[in-house]
Design a protein around this ligand. Structure first.
Ligand SMILES: NCc1[nH]cc(CCC(=O)O)c1CC(=O)O
Length: 315
């Protein structure tokens, strides 16, 4: 009798893995589902790096239109791709259990030495580029846009020695065999939300259905950590084009949330980091506080110089 839950997703293999994961959870709970594929700007514009496409929500906007028109009931996103503030008529209904958060180095070369002079690493993330400049100064980076399969094809063609990617996506696509190094998350701190899947819906979706979907899909510990990380991102005025990073963890013994957040200059020379912890009930405030500390300690100047380098400095 119950209606069919329409699950909106992008069409990339990783997005479809995530949508099928959601579908499996819902079906397990007895709900009927249907997957609806929607193409986003981020899937179409592949010739420019993300920071040059500019607009926020390049991977989410068309899905949000689908939520508004009722074409889909929920949208499935990589939590990392969801902008820090979402429109008032939409809400994030659930954050699913997080995968291992690290960035990893993937290569066909089995003996890949990260210290080798002239090593070429493929990435399009401003955060990864800046961290690699700082922590692996012998390496150079090259643009690597497109979905995982496209990037791996470019790797196979020899455009780079290796790719720097999120473990979560590599693992979900079953490329674990190509992982040569797991970068420590204390140094190569991941992007906000990395490794979790976020579920978005229209605020006016039936409240009984929202409650049921939340019960089935939400992972409370992940939700708490992402609340702190997303508050950090929102306060940093971030977006995916700013090399900020934030990783929250939950201390099982005390129930406290610990947040390690920061900002790095594009050339990697300036790095501001801050770690603080707070009671779980203060997760959002913790994110705001860590970001405000970073901004006050010189983060504002770093952001300003990034804007100037991009020529976005409108008076
Ligand atoms: N827009 C890129 C993106 N968004 C989510 C993932 C990986 C999976 C995840 O972090 O949840 C990736 C690829 C990458 O960073 O390697």
């Amino acid at each position: 009798m119950s209606r069919i839950i329409r699950i909106g997703t992008r069409g990339s293999k990783l997005a479809l893995w995530q949508a099928h994961h959601v579908e499996a959870c819902l079906q397990q709970a007895g709900l009927a589902t249907e997957i609806v594929i929607i193409t986003t700007k981020g899937d179409v514009v592949l010739d420019r790096s993300l920071d040059k496409i500019g607009a926020k929500g390049v991977f989410t906007e068309e899905l949000e239109v689908g939520l508004r028109t009722g074409h889909i009931d929920i949208a499935v996103h990589s939590a990392k791709d969801v902008q820090s503030s979402i429109p008032d008529d939409l809400e994030l209904l659930a954050f699913m259990e997080r995968e291992q958060v690290n960035d990893v180095v993937v290569s066909f070369q089995t003996d890949l030495d990260l210290q080798r002079p002239g090593l070429v690493l493929g990435t399009s993330s401003t955060r990864r580029k800046a961290m690699l400049k700082r922590f692996l100064p012998n390496a150079t980076t090259a643009e690597a846009r497109g979905n995982l399969q496209t990037r791996l094809r470019k790797l196979e063609e020899g455009q780079y020695d290796a790719l720097v990617l999120a473990y979560a996506g590599v693992h979900r696509m079953q490329y674990d065999g190509l992982i040569r190094h797991v970068l420590p998350e204390t140094r190569f701190v991941p992007a906000t939300g990395q490794g979790s899947v976020a579920i978005e819906c229209a605020r006016n979706l039936e409240s009984a259905l929202k409650a049921e979907l939340n019960r089935i899909l939400n992972h409370p510990a992940t939700h708490l950590c992402l609340t702190a990380e997303r508050a950090f991102l929102r306060t940093m005025e971030g977006g995916c084009s700013i090399p900020s990073f934030a990783l929250a963890t939950l201390d099982a013994a005390t129930g406290a949330v610990r947040l390690h957040g920061g900002l790095i200059s594009l050339d990697g020379t300036e790095l501001l980091e801050e770690t603080q912890q707070a009671d779980a009930s203060q997760a959002d405030a913790l994110g705001v506080q860590v970001a405000e500390r970073i901004l006050a300690r010189g983060g504002r100047q770093i952001l300003e110089s990034i804007r100037q380098q991009r020529g976005e400095n409108v008076a």
